[in-house]
Design a protein around this ligand. Structure first.
Ligand code: SF4
Length: 180
């Protein structure tokens, strides 16, 4: 929710559920509002329907190749910087703050995190081309706006997802469209 005009409230890197009342002064007025975005219709009070995110994930945010069991996965060497980057974007919790704070209601930060966490790993590369096309198409179908690089999403994201992931998704999308 928005708390005093900021998604998840005034403390950086903190979700609403981790925000303590000690972050406010005694007697403060606290204004709470639901996310406001066309793709997140308000159900009631502070509750919004974020199932658009679920449909974006269902369109391609998974791997369907047989990656074996944990032991097999450990036999595939992954450069440490790639593993670290994949882990960083995998921290996205799908809260929707990026959409709610964006003046365009863009879901690019969320979708790019979900595209990137798989595209950075060898197990995810197999379906990377189809994945990015499907997920971007579903994102557009859900009515999210486009990205105009204001960077509000990165500032308000409680998990520190970087704009770099949007750049990565744009590259993935571009390459997917010129190679297929
Ligand atoms: S990118 Fe950040 S703000 Fe957007 S859904 Fe993921 S965790 Fe929430």
């Amino acid at each position: 929710m928005f708390i005093n005009g900021r998604p998840h409230g005034p403390v950086k890197g903190t979700t609403t559920c981790q925000l303590h009342m000690r972050s406010f002064k005694d007697g403060d007025t606290i204004v709470v509002e639901p996310w406001r975005a066309k793709a997140f219709p308000v159900v009631k009070d502070l509750v919004v329907d974020r199932s658009a995110f679920d449909r974006v994930i269902a369109s391609g945010g998974f791997i369907s190749v047989n990656a074996g069991n944990a032991q097999d996965a450990n036999n595939i060497p992954i450069p440490k910087p790639d593993a670290d980057k994949a882990f960083d974007v995998a921290a996205c919790i799908g809260c929707g703050a990026c959409v709610a704070t964006c003046k365009n209601s863009s879901a690019m930060l969320f979708v790019s995190a979900k595209v990137s966490q798989l595209a950075l790993l060898p197990q995810g590369r197999v379906e990377a081309t189809a994945r990015v096309k499907e997920m971007v198409a579903q994102m557009d179908k859900e009515g999210f706006g486009n990205c105009s690089n204001t960077g509000a999403c990165e500032i308000e994201c409680p998990k520190g997802i970087s704009l770099e992931s949007i750049a990565r998704m744009n590259r993935e999308f571009y390459v997917a469209n010129i190679t297929e």
